[in-house]
Design a protein around this ligand. Structure first.
Ligand code: NDP
Length: 392
C-alpha cells in the first residue's frame, strides 16, 4: 500500500516528463508530481463508475449461479459484461466524436484521473472494512483486514462489489484509455502509427475475449478464494487501467515506423499466444464438463485422482502443466514490442507478467499438491514441464 501507488505516479512521471526513460527522482519531486483530482477528473470518473453500475444492474444478460460456497449455497450473477462492454465503447465513441468528452482526455487528465481512482479505491476498501466490522468478520489485525479484505462476496442489496470491480470499471476503462491515447497521438502528430494500432488491437482482442467468455470469471481464483479488500479493489481500479496502458501512453509521442516484416512478426506472435491461451483454457473447461469429449481428435488421456477430479494429460495439458500461461506471456511480449527498444519502461507489462505467472504457477502447484497428493506427483512425472516446454 505504501509502494504501489507511488510506483504508478513514478511511471507516469517517467512517461510524461522524461520521454519514457527510467529516472531517479527525489522524493520531493515525486510528491510534487502527485496532482490533485481536478473537477473534470472527478466528474468523468464519477460518471464512468455510475454508468458501469447502471449497466451492471440493468443491461440484459442471463443470471448464472456461482461455484458452491462453504455452506453449499450458490450466489447468482448477472452475466451482462459483453453487452456492457459494447455499450460503453459505443457511448464513449459517440461522446468523443460529438466533443462531449475530449477524445484525448486520457492523456490530458491522466494524473488527476489516477489520483481520483486511488482515492476511490482507498475509500472503497475503507467501506468494505467497516462493513466487515459490522458483520463481525474482522481479525485483530486491522491493516491486514483492510488490505486483504474481510468478506469473500460483499454485496449491497444484491449488488456484488467484487464481481463488479473485477472487470467492469477497470478492464473496460483500459480499452477506452488505449483508444483515447491513440486519439491524443492523432491530435498531437496528425497520425495514428502502426505501433499504436497494434497495441490497441491486441489489447482490445484480449479484453473482448474476456467478456465473451464471461462465465469463466466465476471460477477464477479471485472470485472463488480471495476476499475483497484494498488489494483487489486497488488492483482492479488503479493498477489495470493505469499501468496496462503504459505502452499506449509511451507511443503517443513516439511515432516511429514499423516495417511490414516487424508488423507481421508481432501480429503472428500475438495471435500464436492468443491461440495457445484460448485453446488450452477452453480445452480444460470442456474436458472437465465432458471427459468423454475427444481431445485433438482422440479420446482424452487423464489421471483419475483419489479425490475424484480428473487431470488431463493429453492435448495442450500434456505438453506443459501451464501452457496457457505461455500463451499469456507471448501476448504480453507482443504488446510491448511495437514500442521499440529505446526504453525498458514500456516492457514493464511483460516483466510483470513473468513474475505474476511464475509465482502463480508455484502457488497453484502447492495447492494442487496439497489437494491431490501422490496423484499430483504422478501427473508431474507424466507432464514434466511447468510453463515452457524444454526450458521451465
Ligand atoms: P488455470 O486455468 O491453469 O487453472 C489451474 C487449475 O486447473 C488448477 O488449480 C486445477 O484446479 C486445474 N488443473 C490443473 N491442471 C489440470 C489438468 N491437467 N487437467 C484438469 N484440470 C487441471 O489457472 P488460472 O486460473 O491461474 O489462469 C487462467 C487463465 O488466466 C490463464 O490463461 C492465465 O494466463 C490467465 N491469467 C491472466 C492474468 C492477467 O492479468 N492477464 C492474471 C491471471 C491469470 P482443480 O482444483 O479444479 O483441479
Amino acid at each position: 500500500m505504501l509502494v504501489l501507488p507511488p510506483l504508478t505516479y513514478y511511471f507516469w512521471l517517467c512517461l510524461r516528463d522524461h520521454d519514457g526513460a527510467l529516472v531517479a527522482p527525489s522524493l520531493g519531486e515525486l510528491i510534487h508530481n502527485v496532482p490533485a483530482p481536478t473537477p473534470r477528473a472527478l466528474a468523468l470518473y464519477g460518471a464512468w463508475l455510475a454508468s458501469q453500475i447502471v449497466l451492471q444492474l440493468w443491461a440484459p444478460g442471463r443470471v448464472q449461479a456461482g461455484v458452491p460456497l462453504a455452506d453449499g449455497s450458490r450466489l447468482p450473477y448477472r452475466l451482462n459484461g459483453w453487452v456492457s462492454f459494447w455499450v460503453s465503447l459505443a457511448a464513449a465513441l459517440v461522446a468523443g466524436a460529438a466533443g462531449v468528452i475530449p477524445a484525448g482526455v486520457a492523456f490530458d487528465e491522466f494524473g488527476p484521473l489516477l489520483t481520483t481512482a486511488n482515492l476511490i479505491a482507498g475509500a472503497l476498501a475503507l467501506g468494505l472494512y467497516a462493513q466487515g466490522r459490522r458483520a463481525g468478520s474482522t481479525t485483530r489485525d486491522p491493516i491486514h483486514d483492510y488490505f486483504m479484505g474481510t468478506t469473500l462476496n460483499p454485496r449491497l442489496r444484491g449488488f456484488d462489489l467484487k464481481y463488479f470491480c473485477e472487470s467492469r470499471p477497470g478492464l473496460i476503462l483500459w480499452v477506452l484509455f488505449d483508444l483515447s491515447l491513440a486519439a491524443a497521438q492523432y491530435e498531437r502528430h496528425g497520425t495514428v502509427t502502426t505501433a499504436m494500432l497494434l497495441v490497441n488491437a491486441f489489447q482490445f482482442l484480449y479484453v473482448a475475449d474476456y467478456f465473451f467468455h464471461e462465465e469463466a470469471i466465476l471460477t477464477t481464483w479471485d472470485i472463488k478464494h480471495e476476499k475483497f479488500g484494498w488489494m483487489l479493489a486497488w488492483g482492479d481500479l488503479v493498477w489495470v487501467p493505469f499501468t496496462y496502458t503504459i505502452q499506449a501512453y509511451y507511443l503517443v509521442d513516439h511515432t516511429h515506423a514499423l516495417s511490414p516484416a516487424a508488423t507481421a512478426g508481432m501480429v503472428a506472435l500475438n495471435m500464436a499466444g492468443y491461440a495457445i491461451f484460448r485453446a488450452s483454457n477452453i480445452q480444460k473447461h470442456r474436458f472437465r464438463r465432458d471427459p468423454t469429449r475427444p481431445v485433438w481428435g482422440r479420446p482424452p488421456e487423464y489421471i483419475r485422482t483419489a479425490v475424484g477430479s480428473l487431470l488431463l494429460t493429453s492435448g495442450w495439458w500434456g505438453i506443459a502443466r501451464h501452457l496457457n500461461y505461455l500463451g499469456d506471456l507471448a501476448m504480453a511480449l507482443a504488446w510491448c514490442l511495437p514500442t521499440g527498444l529505446e526504453h525498458p519502461l514500456p516492457y514493464f507489462y511483460f516483466a510483470y507478467m513473468i513474475v505474476l505467472l511464475v509465482h502463480r504457477e508455484r502457488r497453484d502447484h502447492d495447492v494442487c499438491r496439497a489437494k491431490y497428493g501422490a496423484d499430483w506427483d504422478a501427473y508431474c512425472r507424466k507432464v514434466r514441464w511447468r510453463i515452457v516446454p524444454g526450458v521451465y
